[in-house]
Write a protein that binds this ligand. Structure first.
Ligand code: 9MR
Length: 361
């Protein structure tokens, strides 16, 4: 009967873990490793000193992405000054715990510092600033960040298929793109070859120069299904692949607020991008639920949420090109959903505010 002792001990330990936290064996991280997947979460440096936050993150995930720490206003607060202190904390944490690191994001229209947005720079100056920024940030983490969201959310919400008007599109985007083939698109009377997403192409080339080993992603919101926005991105990615622009992947954010999301369309969309030879990462998944004044969702909605997490995970696993699933945070204690929806929506993640695993786990 001797052999039973360690098994009992293990079972008791697993049970007490389960009753304490609701987590199961194997952890998400172990399950992901067994399936050859990456399972990630966005993280905030300020929370790493909280023991439950740090232990859950390290136990359950094999990939991490700074939620805000690499955005311009934090990492590049003054024209000549970079501040990597917050992102370094997350990168160091990931390194200590053997986790892969995704970088987010080199170019976005939000969270930019005033010196940049109000600087009234010329196109040439802006292009120069952008190139230096990308090369400095990618260069700082060369060999450590394995994948970058080079450009985030460049396509428009209101006019799907068109590029959003931003500092970047409206300025360096209008210049001719070095290396762009001139025969691929009709020029129709323009003085030089014009691609609306020319500035995006330049960003990918700069990032690739700074770290030729890093995987370079285009990341987008509301492009998970087959729709006019994902059609436009598909055309851009296909053009990039045909002309050898260094793009390796597409990130679908997957912020879900509709509990009846169209899984079939998501599946078809993942398949068509994967067929272009790019990897697909689900980069920012959460499923927002209606919550009461205490922040609690109904048991029925928690089950519906669990089905959505399950369906998206299954869909990703069914495509060899879908290589990572990441949630936007992991505990409902720290989630952008609560803050932006005035607390009528929330409970969007895998763990509740006390780090107990929810049905979605
Ligand atoms: O979660 C991020 C939140 O902390 C920031 O305040 C916000 C600023 O706009 O950005 C949030 O993250 C966004 C991500 O960078 C890009 N996709 C949408 C995410 C949620 O808004």
């Amino acid at each position: 009967m001797k052999w039973r002792t360690p098994i009992f001990a293990l079972a008791a330990a697993a049970l007490s873990l389960a009753s304490d936290t609701g987590v199961q064996e194997p952890s998400l991280r172990e399950a992901a490793r067994n399936s050859g997947m990456l399972i990630g979460a966005a993280a905030r440096s300020a929370q790493l000193s909280e023991p439950a936050y740090a232990s859950t993150l390290a136990r359950e995930f094999n990939m991490v992405e700074p939620e805000d720490a690499l955005k311009w206003e934090i990492v590049h607060p003054e024209p000549q000054r970079f501040d990597f202190s917050q992102s370094d904390q997350i990168v160091d944490f990931a390194t200590r715990h053997g986790m892969k690191i995704r970088g987010h994001t080199l170019v976005w229209h939000r969270q930019n510092p005033k010196w940049l947005t109000e600087g009234k720079f010329t196109s040439t100056e802006l292009a120069d600033i952008l190139e230096k920024h990308i090369k400095a940030v990618v260069g700082h983490y060369r060999g450590r960040v394995f994948a970058w969201d080079v450009v985030n959310e460049a396509f428009d919400e209101l006019h799907p298929g068109e590029l959003r008007s931003t500092l970047w599109r409206d300025q360096p985007g209008i210049g001719p793109s070095p290396g762009a083939a001139t025969e691929a698109l009709p020029v129709s009377g323009r003085p030089y070859e014009y691609r609306p997403y020319q500035y995006i192409e330049r960003c990918f080339r700069w990032a690739h120069e700074a770290d030729p080993q890093a995987l370079l992603f285009y990341n987008e919101a509301e492009a998970e299904t087959v729709n006019p926005k994902s059609d436009a991105i598909y055309a851009m990615v296909r053009d990039f692949r045909q002309r050898g622009v260094p793009i390796d992947g597409i990130g679908f954010q997957m912020h879900i607020a509709n509990l009846h999301a169209d899984i079939v369309s998501i599946d078809t969309n993942i398949a068509r991008f994967a067929a272009l030879g790019v990897q697909v990462h689900i980069t920012e998944m959460d499923v927002a639920l209606p919550v009461d004044s205490n922040g609690n969702a109904s048991p029925e909605d928690l089950q519906l949420q669990a089905s959505l997490y399950r369906e998206i995970t299954r869909t990703c696993l069914s495509h060899p090109g879908c290589t990572a699933i990441q949630t936007w945070g992991f505990t409902d204690k720290y989630s952008w959903i609560g803050s932006h929806s005035k607390h009528t929506q929330g409970a969007a993640l895998l763990f509740d505010r006390s780090y107990h695993a929810k049905p979605a786990y």
